[in-house]
Design a protein around this ligand. Structure first.
Ligand code: ADP
Ligand code: MG
Length: 357
C-alpha cells in the first residue's frame, strides 16, 4: 500500500481526496462531528504543503452538503470552495480546498461505474483515500478511481489499518473482545475470526440472544436474528473462550440488557486484559433503563490499563454520552468497515490500494 508520505513535493499537485465526512446531522446542523474532525490532519498536511485539494465524500443524513459547508469549514479550519456539481469543480489552485457535494448523488458512484470514475478523475494528478469507513464499499470514488490515478493511502486509512491489524495480530493472551449490538450478519463473523485470536470473547446485546436461542435457551420474545443459525455454522459455541451473557434485564418478555452477574463477569475479564476491543452496545442503551450493561463495560474499559480499541456508531455514541470516550486508546471511524476488517475479510477499498499485496 503506497503511503501519502511518498508524495514528498505537494506544491501544485492536484489531489483528489476520498474523505469520510459522514457526520450525523439534524435540522441542518452537525450533531456528531467526529468523522469530519478526523479528516483535519490529512487536509492540513495537503493544504499547508501547497497542494490543490478537492474532497469528495457523502453524508448519509442530508441530501446536500450545502447547509453544512460553513460548519465543515470550522471543523476543518480552512475556507472551502463548494462545488454543487462535478462540472463546477476546477482542480486546483495551490493551497486551496474545494468540496464536491454528496458523491452518492451520482448513480455511477454506488455502481462503481468506470465512466463516472473517469469523469471524477479529470484534471487530477493523484488520488488519496482517507476514508477508512467506506473501504468495505466497491464504489467509484473508492475502487474504480484507483485504476485511473496514482493512488495512495491517507493518514486515516494508515492509522485505522495499523490499529485494527494490531487487534487481530496481537497474541491471544490478555486479549479480550466484547461484541454486542444487533445485526448478526456483521457481528458473528467477527466472533468467528477472533475465536482463536483472543483469550476471551464477551457477548451481549442481540448477539447473545442469537447464540443462546441456538443453544436451546428460551429467550421469550427477545429480538433474535433470523439468519443467525447459518452465520453460526462452523462456530464452536461450546468454546471456553466464549463468555456469553447469562442473566438479563427483562421487560415485557424481552431481554433488553445484560444482568448484574454478567456485568460482574465482563468487568472482571476487562480488569485483567492487556488489550480490549469493543463493538456493539450490551443492551438497548437508548433507554436509560437498559443502559447499565453498556455503561458498566464502558467504565471498565476506560478505567483499565488495557490498550483499548472501540468502534461502531451506536457504541461510540453510548460511550460519549457518559463522557469517557477520550479514555479509549483508539476510536475507529469505521462501522461496517471495522467489522469486516476484524472479521478477516478483504476490503475492496484496501485491495485497490494494494494493502493485501
Ligand atoms: P454499533 O452501531 O455500535 O455497531 P449496532 O448498530 O450493531 O451497534 O447495535 C446497536 C443497537 O442494538 C442499538 O440500537 C441497541 O438498542 C440495540 N440492542 C442492543 N442490545 C439489544 C437487545 N438486547 N435488544 C434489542 N436491541 C438491542
Ligand atoms: Mg449501529
Amino acid at each position: 500500500m503506497k503511503s501519502y508520505k511518498e508524495l514528498s513535493d505537494l506544491r501544485n499537485v492536484r489531489v483528489l481526496v476520498r474523505a469520510d465526512l459522514d457526520v450525523a446531522a439534524e435540522n441542518g446542523a452537525i450533531v456528531a462531528p467526529f468523522r469530519a474532525q478526523r479528516q483535519k490532519p490529512m487536509v492540513d498536511h495537503l493544504v499547508e504543503n501547497g497542494a490543490g485539494v478537492v474532497l469528495v465524500g457523502h453524508i448519509a443524513a442530508v441530501p446536500t452538503f450545502k447547509p453544512l459547508v460553513r460548519e465543515l469549514e470550522s471543523i476543518l479550519g480552512h475556507a472551502i470552495a463548494f462545488a454543487p456539481t462535478l462540472e463546477a469543480l476546477v482542480p486546483g489552485e495551490p493551497g486551496s480546498l474545494q468540496l464536491l457535494d454528496n458523491v452518492r448523488h451520482y448513480e455511477g458512484e454506488k455502481d462503481n461505474d468506470a465512466a463516472f470514475a473517469a469523469l471524477l478523475s479529470r484534471g487530477f494528478d493523484v488520488y488519496i483515500n482517507n476514508a477508512f469507513a467506506v473501504c468495505h464499499r466497491d464504489h467509484a470514488s473508492v475502487t474504480a478511481i484507483t485504476g485511473l490515478l496514482p493512488s495512495y493511502a491517507g493518514m486515516l486509512v494508515e492509522e485505522e489499518t495499523t490499529q485494527l491489524q494490531k487487534a487481530i495480530d496481537a497474541p491471544p493472551e490478555g486479549k479480550v473482545i466484547a461484541v454486542g449490538g444487533a445485526k448478526a450478519q456483521t457481528k458473528l463473523p467477527v466472533v468467528k475470526n477472533f475465536l482463536d485470536k483472543a483469550e476471551k470473547i464477551l457477548i451481549g446485546g442481540v448477539v447473545a440472544n442469537d447464540i443462546l436461542h441456538e443453544l436451546g435457551r428460551d429467550m421469550g420474545s427477545s429480538l433474535v436474528d433470523d439468519n443467525a443459525r447459518e452465520l453460526m455454522s462452523g462456530l464452536d459455541l461450546m468454546s471456553e473462550r466464549l463468555v456469553i451473557a447469562e442473566d438479563f434485564i427483562i421487560s415485557e418478555g424481552k431481554a433488553l440488557d445484560i444482568g448484574p452477574k454478567t456485568i460482574e463477569k465482563f468487568t472482571d475479564a476487562i480488569q485483567s486484559a492487556r488489550m480490549a476491543i469493543w463493538n456493539g452496545p450490551m443492551g438497548a442503551f437508548e433507554d436509560e433503563r437498559f443502559a447499565q450493561g453498556t455503561n458498566a463495560l464502558a467504565h471498565a474499559i476506560a478505567g483499565s490499563d488495557a490498550l483499548s480499541i472501540i468502534g461502531g456508531g451506536d457504541t461510540i455514541s453510548a460511550v460519549k454520552k457518559i463522557g469517557v470516550l477520550d479514555q479509549f486508546s483508539f476510536v475507529s471511524t469505521g462501522g461496517g468497515a471495522m467489522l469486516n476488517f476484524l472479521a478477516g475479510e478483504r476490503l475492496p477499498g484496501l485491495v485497490a490500494l494494494g494493502y493485501y499485496a
